[in-house]
Design a protein around this ligand. Structure first.
Ligand SMILES: Cc1ncccc1N[C@@H](C)c1ccc2c(c1)OCCCO2
Length: 114
């Protein structure tokens, strides 16, 4: 089927949805490991293992600077937060469990937007 043309209105709706989703992620009780960049000095090995660090404050900065083309590119960065978490942390750890809970919450919320 023909792809629907993206209007400026669509882009504004995407932007509003991204801001809404991000504020819900930041307010979640399990968001604490993901709110700001992992300081590699306090987490040995992190910089070596995680090639593309990402966190909610960086996503907010990118949103503010209009660096997301659409909802998809925003979702890619949010998933990067959770993929990095799974790569570095045991599933059975405080941070690992928080990451799984946050991913489950995010997947539920953005699919409710469709
Ligand atoms: C998402 C993530 N993955 C792997 C490691 C850390 C993090 N998050 C950072 C913000 C963090 C969380 C807990 C921490 C920590 C730093 O400082 C070292 C001392 C223990 O407490």
């Amino acid at each position: 089927c023909a792809k629907k043309a993206k209007t400026p209105k669509d882009s504004n709706n995407d932007l509003a949805a991204c801001r809404m989703l991000l504020s819900e992620l930041e307010a979640h009780q399990d968001a604490w490991p993901f709110l700001s960049p992992v300081r590699h000095k306090s987490v040995p090995g992190y910089r070596k293992v995680i090639k593309k660090p990402m966190d909610f404050s960086t996503i907010k900065e990118k949103l503010t600077n209009n660096l997301y083309l659409n909802l998809e590119t925003f979702i890619i960065d949010v998933n990067l937060v959770f993929d990095n978490c799974q790569k570095f942390n045991e599933d059975d750890s405080e941070i690992g469990r928080a990451g799984h809970r946050m991913r489950r919450f995010f997947d539920k919320r953005w699919t409710e937007l469709l």
